[in-house]
Write a protein that binds this ligand. Sequence first.
Ligand code: RIB
Ligand code: CA
Length: 316
Amino acid sequence: MSPVEPRKLIIDCDPGIDDAVALAMALFDPRLDVLAVTATAGNVSAEQATANLQAVVTFLDPPRLPRVGVAAADAILSPRPLSVHGSDGLGGLELPRVPLHGGHPSEKVIWETVKAHPREVTILSLGPLTNVSRVLARDPAIAELIGGIVVCGGTSHAAGNATATADFNFFCDSAAARHVVREPVTKTLVPLETTSQVLYEFDLLDRLPREFTRAGTILRPMVAHAFRAQRQFLGSEGIRLHDVVTLVAVTNPELFERETVAADVETTGELTAGMLVVDRRPHRDARPNADLLVNCDAAAVQDCVLRALAAAGEAT
Ligand code: RIB
Ligand code: CA
């Protein structure tokens, strides 16, 4: 039996500690072919997100170096007072900063990568949907060439992490989130109520790759910072890595329970901007337009994460 082809992936992200952990897992996962990683403003400014992405990928030095996209400098940024990511987005990690020679805009990298591999590429969105929305606006025909979009974002009944009703990614650029959710593209939404089922206690630090590995060199200080910030700002001991669980939804979809729903995103509400609205009325007008992952096997997801991080440690 021929070996399974690695799944072609673009990772659009706003590193961000959980973004960086997901990158470390994906870049060393033989089931994935990460063709491109593209930065977007969100947890940090566009410039910082690009610098963080470039520094993390360069330091990890994966077997297959992906293209790197530069975040749009004009992307909006919602203030994020209680960020567990630290002011630099990576918990104060002092990585060597390498200039990105000839960097292309994220939206251009996404568009070119999808065009080069029609209907084969999954876009894994781990930040605000600004770049994905811009690609779709620039060339609406690209929608039918995208293999699928898996989105870390939204919350359909749990408390938000940006406001009472919205997760940060949808809140940060609610117009982009609405645009992408309404687009005729196969999409899977991984909302906070599902990613939050996977809670990490402090013993996670003992299970990360060792300090002498490249992966361990960056993961250990970042995750330790996340625990400290969680305790300091939010007064709780456990951390959640929303982007990491979303990546597992790509590698191990069998661990998630899904519903096909009619979804939309609020963009103007004073209290509800960025809220994911799911219309569950039996006789609704809106047609189903997304798969919503409503539950997961949290223990199995945790196990997948630890195995992927161990693999990253062995490879670095
Ligand atoms: O709401 C989930 C998002 O919040 C994740 O992408 C994480 O990076 C944080 O910004
Ligand atoms: Ca993120």
